[in-house]
Write a protein that binds this ligand. Structure first.
Ligand SMILES: Nc1ncnc2c1ncn2[C@@H]1O[C@H](COP(=O)(O)OP(=O)(O)OP(=O)(O)O)[C@@H](O)[C@H]1O
Length: 512
């Protein structure tokens, strides 16, 4: 069902036709965080059966809108109705009762309890009698729900035993268990593997057919065209345009989002590279075996594989070499005997991990502190941290990656998701590494910054002879950036591709 939407052609009046009233109408929303105007007079209109993509650069205000709609943040101004009734949720559970459920960008789970409890958390009294929980009823309700949604996992399993992708799908099951009229999905696919992303898109279509309205945020523009019927673009907290998805293509959408055309971005031609930086041979550890590969100075080599193929483990094992069961690592022709992360940093290796929330950043500290952490050795005088040097370096990082914040003294937890990822990248790029290990470096980063990161990676590899070994699930990124691609299947190398051999068909055939 293609749903009629308002457009930005002509005036910006949104007519609520009697034929199909708005399921959700938010008008004139405002939200300030201190001096930051995160949302400025924004309108959002959603009809039953519509999947509306909310698009904008990192820090544009998308998550803030979602938090307002989900009752987690009280707006400073504006009016919302759901099914025509005034909607002013004081908290998330009032939002759920009114039919609005959300899946967050960051993980929102309790790792030490079961899948079933995570799904029905806050509603366990539905399964209790006289103060005792009827576990059988709880597990069978969870089992029925998961099965109906096509999510394969054991409701009795402890949440932390699941892959991040399955954990996210359980969060989706939790949102759907409340039978929402409006479903808010905030960058959910950033955590999903291929199969779960397919299941999600199938579910979105089924939900739309049942009349559920969906608002969807993703920096993967391809996905938006796959499953959304309309697109609202915002910039710096304000409305820019709303269009039916059928009227835009990816290039037009990215131009509307970032205000410039990115369609012509091409990787510059690069001279042949000779000097070897990394040479690993017969590397074996949990999740992969007998991996041998080389990365030359100035080269970008990518490990490409399906989720669970072993690419994450290979990068982790080079950075934290204490867990290897066999194999050797050589750096610039010399044996590397490092056994820990600190040995790796001392040897000039840096790593941007996949899960920034868990492995990468201390949320409760400032941007400056987080960038400084990886650069402590250059920022200390004797036993004291040189505050001025640390601040200068943080400024440099914030500039280089266009981190959107009032100052580098701001706490990382108050940043938007994409800006957190930029802090992580700045932190490691500023250590001036010889070898950079990047696990999905542009995850959650907006399209404009994505291309800036590509330019930066190419510049550093070219000018500073930085060797980059990256893992990426973004096929367009793999093809755009790599000098060489090594495909990994079931923990083993299944192919090596260079230059014109790097095509989507070749890579996918070798990955499957
Ligand atoms: N709790 C907070 N305290 C202070 N500032 C905040 C807070 N939450 C968000 N902001 C600021 O509000 C602005 C909008 O952030 P928001 O998270 O809504 O952006 P976003 O569009 O979702 O970005 P991304 O694509 O990076 O996730 C940003 O400048 C952000 O730093």
């Amino acid at each position: 069902m293609l749903v009629e939407t308002h457009t930005d052609t002509g005036s910006k009046d949104h007519l609520d036709t009697p034929r199909q009233p708005y399921l959700l109408a938010a008008e004139g929303l405002n939200k300030n965080y201190g001096p930051i105007q995160a949302v400025k007079g924004l309108d959002v209109y959603l009809r039953a059966g519509e999947a509306l993509a909310l698009c904008g650069e990192n820090g544009a205000g998308k998550s803030t809108i979602f938090k307002i709609l989900a009752g987690e943040v009280v707006p400073d101004g504006g009016r919302i109705t759901v099914s025509g009734s005034e909607y002013k949720p004081a908290n998330a559970s009032q939002a759920v009762t009114a039919g609005v459920s959300m899946v967050h960008q960051e993980f929102n789970i309790l790792p030490h309890i079961s899948v079933a409890e995570n799904i029905f958390i806050g509603r366990m009294d539905e399964f209790s009698r006289f103060g005792r929980i009827n576990w059988k009823a709880l597990y069978s309700a969870a089992s029925r729900l998961l099965e109906s949604l096509g999510i394969k996992c054991n409701p009795r399993a402890e949440m932390r035993s699941l892959s991040p992708s399955t954990q996210k799908m359980v969060e989706l099951a939790r949102a759907l268990s409340t039978d929402p009229k409006v479903l808010l999905l905030d960058e959910i696919t950033a955590s999903l593997d291929h199969d779960d992303a397919d299941t999600l898109h199938r579910l979105m279509n089924a939900l739309r057919a049942k009349g559920v309205g969906i608002i969807y945020v993703s920096h993967r523009l391809q996905e938006i065209f796959l499953s959304c019927t309309s697109i609202e673009i915002m910039k710096d907290g304000s409305w820019v345009a709303t269009r039916p998805a059928s009227e835009l293509d990816e290039d037009q959408l990215s131009a509307l989002m970032v205000g410039r055309d990115l369609a012509d971005w091409k990787r510059p031609a690069r001279p042949p590279l000779q000097e070897e930086m990394l040479d690993v041979s017969g590397l074996t550890a949990s999740g992969f075996r007998d991996v041998s590969l080389q990365v030359r100075k100035g080269e970008i080599v990518t490990l490409a594989g399906l989720a669970g193929s072993g690419t994450d483990e290979i990068l982790d094992a080079i950075f934290d070499a204490g867990h290897l069961t066999a194999g050797t690592i050589r750096l610039e022709g010399s044996d590397y005997a490092g056994k820990s992360v600190s040995d790796a940093i001392a040897a000039g290796i840096a790593m941007v991990p996949k899960e920034r929330a868990v492995e990468g950043l201390i949320d409760t500290q400032s941007i400056r502190f987080n960038i400084g952490l990886a650069n402590l050795s250059s920022n200390t005088r004797g036993v004291f941290v040189d505050g001025a040097r640390e601040a200068e370096q943080a400024e440099q990082g914030a500039d280089m990656f266009r981190i959107k914040a009032r100052s580098t003294a701001e706490l990382v937890r108050s940043l938007s998701g994409g800006n957190k990822q930029k802090v992580l990248l700045a932190k490691w790029f500023l250590t001036n590494p010889r070898l950079m290990l990047l696990n999905n470096p542009t995850r959650g980063v907006d399209i404009g910054v994505k291309f800036e990161i590509y330019d930066l990676m190419l510049k550093l590899s070219q000018e500073k002879k930085l060797a980059i070994l990256m893992a990426s699930e973004d096929m367009a990124e793999v093809i755009r950036l790599s000098d060489r691609v090594i495909t990994i299947r079931h923990g083993e190398i299944s192919g090596v591709f260079e230059g014109p051999e790097i095509t989507e068909t070749n890579l996918i055939n070798a990955m499957l």
